[in-house]
Design a protein around this ligand. Structure first.
Ligand code: NAP
Length: 481
């Protein structure tokens, strides 16, 4: 495994003279010590991306797509090794990490397939004698900044469509999980993506971010992370008028309607809520369950949650791994304590489980009953394995409460299909699973509204984020071909 940064196809040391440690959240062991990149290397990465841009953009789109397909195949072949890296630095169970690697490879394949988005279009501009042509062009050098919770998939979700569109990329992974990004960079190089087309640096995040946003050669920022950091980056992007895509925090509602198949809803809740120990942006954070079945749903969810094996992600039996760091544990504890103090009833879990010789980071799957919107867990993302349940009398109440949040990334509705789909269409969010706990898909549009951001990733919607359209108005000169 490489332990340096990828700039212009070469592996480089940092420019700040300092280093930072990457730790396994399940043991606190240091798994790598990496050089800390700062402003100089951030700029060197843009230099490389900028030099590589003309030749990469000039390649036929199917040649670029071929590179991405090769990378996808290499990723699939190395699925187990890459999953081990993801688990080591992010903590999720190995089976989930393998799923993440498959998901990342799907983004490479999906981007490779989007050639129709790259064709020029002759259209009718209602100008007699003028041939009107819309030409899609790559926006240019793209800065992509990714979070720790899906360290390889979030990078693939941005880099793949950017590269397919003919852009070049400077990428900054989270400091908790840079090794997956380094592995991704190496894989892309081996797949033949030319030097400079994809560059990866991390370390001093504010210095790197500031250098990129001040650089007029950077024409696009694609960010996935918290709303707070997203806002700050958008302010910075205003200076050079850099186009942005923002995939920010979520606060999903999980609505269970009257007449829902309760065991199916419980299985859906279990899958959506406890994946990655509740640290996913589309994780349900508020369960709004029809009063007639709230008791049964809560009891069955609690029974199933209590059965989930908590432990290190490397143990094949583990279903819920550690939280990413101690700060995350504090936040989850605080949300549980606040809910209990405001009248919630603890049904199962409630605190960390102490495992011998391991850090205090393994939060038990927790189910809370009798919750209400005044509780912290109903107001903001918990990012942990806590399922707060509120009983509601009608679907209109569930919709009103769900939409009262300033966030709007994902939602879930379980119940009789037609009614569930009707309710889903009323939710103010970008992605809704209807009797489906895992709606994300590399071929579908993913993204939010309101404080969850803007822009879409996946399918042709994803590639469109990296294209600009040039309009040619062509009037024939008399007597010339
Ligand atoms: P975060 O703290 O916002 O960090 C995200 C990225 O931003 C990291 O690479 C971080 O680098 C970087 N960053 C922080 N400050 C920066 C600055 N001043 N300049 C440039 N970069 C900066 O978020 P996180 O804790 O990693 O991720 C969790 C959040 O991501 C949750 O809110 C979750 O909902 C959201 N998320 C959203 C989606 C989506 O698709 N909507 C998907 C996954 C996660 P360092 O780590 O080096 O500080």
């Amino acid at each position: 495994m490489r332990d340096r940064w990828l700039i212009n196809g070469a592996w480089c040391d940092g420019d700040t003279g300092s280093t930072f440690d990457v730790r396994d959240p399940a043991s606190d062991a240091i798994v790598a010590t990496l050089p800390c990149a700062g402003e100089k290397q951030a700029t060197a990465a843009v230099d490389a991306a900028s030099r590589a841009l003309p030749a990469w953009a000039a390649l036929p789109f199917d040649t670029r797509a071929e590179h991405l397909r090769r990378a996808a195949d290499a990723m699939t072949a190395a699925q187990r090794e890459l999953a081990a890296v993801v688990t080591q630095e992010c903590g999720k169970p190995l089976a989930e990490a393998e799923g993440e690697v498959r998901y990342a490879a799907d983004y490479l394949r999906s981007a490779a397939e989007q050639s129709q988005a790259l064709q020029q279009e002759v259209f009718d501009a209602r100008r007699p004698g003028v041939r009107a042509i819309a030409v899609p062009e790559p926006v240019g050098v793209c800065a992509v900044i990714t979070p720790w919770n899906f360290p390889i998939a979030m990078l693939a979700r941005k880099a793949a469509p950017a590269l397919a569109a003919g852009c070049t990329v400077v990428a900054k992974p989270a400091e908790e999980t840079p090794l997956s990004a380094i592995a991704f960079g190496e894989l892309m190089l081996q797949a033949g993506v030319p030097a400079g087309a994809l560059n990866v640096v991390a370390g001093d995040a504010p210095a790197i971010g500031a250098a990129w946003l001040a650089d007029p050669r950077v024409r696009k920022l694609s960010f996935t992370g918290s709303t707070e950091v997203g806002r700050m980056l958008m302010r910075g992007a205003a200076e050079q008028v850099i186009r942005c895509s923002m995939e920010l925090g979520g606060h999903a509602a999980f609505i269970v309607l009257e007449g829902a198949d309760v065991p199916a809803a419980v299985q859906g809740a279990l899958a959506a809520k406890f994946r990655n120990a509740g640290q996913t942006c589309i994780c349900p954070n508020r369960f709004l369950v029809h009063r007639s079945i709230a008791g049964a749903f809560t009891a069955q969810l609690a029974l199933a949650a209590a059965d989930l094996m908590v432990g290190p992600g490397t143990d094949p039996a583990t279903r819920v791994g550690p939280l990413i760091n101690d700060e995350a544990v504090r936040k989850v504890r605080n949300h549980v304590a606040d809910a209990l103090q405001r009248g919630a009833r603890l049904v199962v879990g409630g605190d960390t489980r102490r495992l011998p010789n391991r850090p205090d980071r393994f939060f038990e799957p927790t189910v809370l009953a009798d919750c209400h919107p005044e509780m912290l867990c109903f107001q903001e993302e918990t990012f942990g394995p806590v399922a707060p349940v509120m009983a509601v009398s009608q679907s209109a109440d569930a919709v009103r409460i769900a939409n009262a949040s300033p966030w709007g990334l994902a939602g879930y509705v379980f119940g009789p299909t037609a009614e569930a789909e009707r309710v889903a269409r009323q939710l103010a969010c970008g992605v809704v699973g209807v009797n489906e706990p895992a709606p994300s898909n590399a071929y579908a549009p993913f993204g939010g509204v309101k404080w969850s951001g803007f822009g879409r990733e996946g399918g042709h919607w994803g590639i469109g984020e990296y294209l600009t359209t040039k309009y040619l108005a062509v009037r024939e000169q008399a007597g010339t071909p």
